[in-house]
Ligand binder design. Structure first.
Ligand code: EPZ
Length: 422
């Protein structure tokens, strides 16, 4: 079992470059099977989840060619819907469900293994995905052996869909299914995250007709086909935020390159409240922290609110702030399992239902801790870099699903971290 060994307690200095956005890539790669002709995708993050999806496409029969470290070309000349190997791969990641929207959209039928992915102490529902697919005139079945299948015998027909909750996954999935649906689909109460806009921009680049992504209402006019083309994925908002939080926790001065400042506003403003100095440039952000950290409070919400995927990382920063900080988790029912691990490092955190109360301490000390999920794991790495002494983080598979070259990038800004086989 691999783990990280981190020797913490010193500031981070230097420059780091952000990769393509994981949560955009995991929707854009499945969407490539909807394209009729060569589809070139640039700025692809080299992370496990995305590489798994290219393997799934390949097992389905889609031709994949890697043009360079971050650019892939796909060509779909016909797929096999029932490859057992494909299903085995799909169970390893949450975002496998985007293959339903893509297959249903293009072929009027889909069969996908139930998604896996991070577990925040409960099931991760798909009822809004099912609602959207059924509204588009398809029949959806959750099969006993852990598969979801969908079929539209009379073809998909555009409709008006009002989501009961703001959900990134269902917004993306139903958008995919609506691309070729006859007539117009109006989706309301949709998610507005940067990766939603990125998926819509990708599809439009290939000939789709999608308007309103990034607002509460998305309108999709069905088209006949998607032609080939080239698209570059946006930089990862959460990866950038994670490095910003690392500098805030450890202290130092780091220039973070390849970012979209607009996407980082909610994170920057919180860190500035805590006394971190943030300078925004066209496509980079400089983060400095030399003085004490001030406490603050935050509530996670759908974009443009504070992102839930930055919640654990911010907790690591708050552990070292003067005074008491509160985090209220407004998206997932239970995303605080990591607080027990931070307690092993000397953090004082009490959780009451959806709120964590973090009483700052002067220092954290090294300990042996676990990564319970992707972002919790990133938070433990941040805590380890800030702590005095040596920290080991186990279950790092979660972390490597979503962060490209974490070791190399952290070492590049002075982080003392190595990956070892336990
Ligand atoms: C995406 O998950 C992200 N994953 C998550 O990031 C992120 O935390 C989440 O969006 C919220 O931003 C990917 O994009 C691969 P949701 P998703 O559907 O789509 C409820 C990471 O760290 N809901 O927006 O699964 C759900 O229970 C990962 O990169 C329903 O009730 O999240 C939750 O409370 C972790 N019914 C809320 O909506 C549904 O059908 C938001 O879920 C779907 C969701």
């Amino acid at each position: 079992m691999e783990k990280y060994i981190i020797r913490g307690g010193h500031p981070l200095e230097g420059e780091v470059t952000i990769s393509g956005a994981k949560n955009a890539a995991v929707a854009i790669v499945p969407a490539a099977l909807m394209v009729d002709g060569p589809c070139i995708i640039e700025n692809v993050p080299n992370i496990v989840d995305v590489m798994l999806q290219f393997e799934i496409l390949e097992k389905m029969g889609v031709k994949i060619k890697q043009l360079n470290t971050t650019t892939f070309c796909t060509e779909n000349n016909g797929i096999n819907f029932d490859s057992e190997e494909t299903f085995e791969h799909m169970t390893k990641l949450r975002a496998s469900y985007y293959f339903i929207g893509a297959e249903l959209g293009r072929y009027g039928r889909a069969r996908v293994a139930m998604p896996g992915g991070c577990n925040f102490g409960g099931i991760r529902p798909v009822d809004q995905h099912v609602k959207g697919f059924e509204k588009l005139n398809s029949f959806v079945r959750v099969e006993s052996e852990g598969f979801i299948s969908a079929i539209a015998p009379e073809g998909l027909i555009g409709n008006h869909i009002y989501f009961d909750v703001v959900t990134v996954g269902a917004t993306m999935n139903v958008m995919l299914a609506a691309v070729f649906a006859k007539g117009q689909t109006v989706m309301e109460n949709v998610a507005k995250e940067p990766h939603i806009v990125d998926l819509a921009n990708f599809l439009n680049q290939m000939g789709a007709d999608i308007k309103g992504a990034g607002t509460d209402k998305i309108v999709v006019n069905g088209v006949e086909r998607l032609h080939g083309g080239t698209y570059s994925i946006i930089p990862d908002q959460i990866e950038a935020g994670t490095y910003m939080a690392a500098v805030a926790a450890c202290g130092g001065d780091v220039l973070i390159r390849n970012v979209i400042p607009k996407h980082l506003e909610c994170i920057s403003s919180k860190l500035e409240d805590m006394g971190v100095k943030i300078d925004m440039y066209d496509d980079s952000v400089r983060v400095r922290r030399t003085g004490p950290l001030r406490h603050t409070n935050l509530k996670t919400q759908p974009y443009p609110g504070f992102p839930t995927d930055m919640q654990p990382q911010m907790a690591a920063v708050m552990c070292l702030a003067d005074g008491s900080s509160h985090i209220t988790e407004g998206v997932w029912p239970n995303r605080f399992r990591y607080t027990e691990e931070m307690g092993k490092m000397g953090a004082h955190i009490n959780v009451f239902k959806e709120t964590a109360v973090i009483d700052g301490v002067p220092d954290l000390h090294g300990a042996d801790v676990l990564a319970h999920d992707l972002r919790a794991g990133a938070a433990m790495v941040i805590a380890g870099l800030a702590a005095h002494g040596t920290t080991t983080v186990s279950q790092i598979g979660y972390i490597e699903r979503g962060y490209e070259d974490l070791i190399g990038k952290l070492r590049g800004i002075g982080g003392d971290i190595e990956r070892v086989d336990a």
